[in-house]
Design a protein around this ligand. Sequence first.
Ligand SMILES: [Zn+2]
Length: 100
Amino acid sequence: MPARGEPSVAASGEWVDDTGVRMPAGEVHAWWPGTNQTLCGLALSRSQLRRFHHVSWPETFPESGGAAEEVRQVCRRCQGATGRSSRGWSRGWTRTSPRP
Ligand SMILES: [Zn+2]
């Protein structure tokens, strides 16, 4: 595995932004492009997760703004695997669907 800064994203859903770029939605996991499973060990095909190689993992965090708009849940195991579970996550944000 080449040393890279951040993994990319795999998500249960997607939306398209104003510029036509696919963005992750729903439940998101960390994923290394070139592999067929998430960092927490889910098989992409079996879990029907979509790949977003153009979206880096930290962009799905609420504090980043960017790609987090439609993200409902960030996988805690992937957070742990990437060591990214600190700031901004102590407010119970990971509860499922905070709004209807
Ligand atoms: Zn995961």
